[in-house]
Ligand binder design. Structure first.
Ligand code: PEP
Length: 244
């Protein structure tokens, strides 16, 4: 079954109300692309950016619907603001905020309950790659970060080697293929063939217009999660155009 590619932009802690012009430019220039497009701005901008042709997502959520959690935002709130999706377990959340796989699983359940598509991130550190434990790490993260109940509609997995994020370094294409094939087979063991074939597995880490085509040609790569290059319409558009 052919999976429609997804190009997702993670704006991280970048963007003010004026960034609406960036979204409008992406929508105007690339809105008719062959792939699905998702933009995940800071939560403050979700309501302002909702309603166009491009899907909008959050970058994190709490697992509770409401309550005494100062500074946090719930999946229900993201959905209420107009989000369609949410990135969960990004390595910057895991590193900066001590997020564990178990927390990511609870957040994913909350996202599903709120009707959001969860983009669950996994990835090895440079030390783990050097030690040859990449697949062990990814396997453990998949097992513990994704709750039961995954479908092709509610789950996207993003493979993001931590050492490739924001560094300009990317793995060998054969290494990306090995991890993506492994993720697909893990999904199959756990959720069955139909679901595993429907879930999109994105690659993330220093994707640029110049390397996107080669990455998208790799087995089991169904699109990209893009950080830095999602902040310029031309760069993000170059990646979108490569996703056929
Ligand atoms: C990311 O943070 O998800 C990411 C992939 O960043 P970059 O594209 O800048 O490496």
């Amino acid at each position: 079954m052919a999976r429609k590619k997804l190009v997702a932009g993670n704006w991280k802690m970048n963007g003010l109300l004026a960034s609406k012009s960036l979204l409008l430019e992406i929508s105007r220039e690339y809105g008719n692309a062959a792939c699905d497009i998702l933009v995940c701005p800071p939560a403050t901008l979700i309501n302002a950016l909702r309603g166009g042709t491009i899907a909008i997502g959050g970058q994190d959520c709490h697992w509770n619907e409401s309550g005494a959690h100062t500074g946090d935002i719930s999946a229900a709130m993201l959905a209420d603001a107009g989000a369609d999706a949410v990135i969960l377990g990004h390595s910057e959340r895991r590193t900066d905020h001590g997020e564990t796989d178990e927390m990511v699983a609870k957040k994913t359940e909350a996202a599903w309950k709120a009707g959001l598509m969860a983009v669950v991130c996994v990835g090895e550190t440079g030390d783990e790659r050097d030690a040859g434990t990449t697949l062990d790490r990814i396997g453990a993260q998949l097992d513990a970060s994704i709750p039961d109940g995954a479908t092709g509609k509610n789950l996207v997995v993003a493979y993001e080697p931590v050492w490739a994020i924001g560094t300009g370094r990317i793995p060998e294409m054969s290494d990306i293929a090995e991890v993506h094939d492994f993720i697909r087979s893990k999904l199959k063991d756990r959720f069955g063939g139909d679901t595993a074939e429907a879930v999109r597995v994105l690659y993330g880490g220093s994707v640029k217009p110049g390397n996107a085509e080669e990455i998208f040609a790799v087995s089991n790569v169904d699109g990209a999660l893009v950080g830095g290059a999602s902040l310029k319409a031309e760069d993000f558009g170059g990646i979108i155009s490569a996703a056929k």
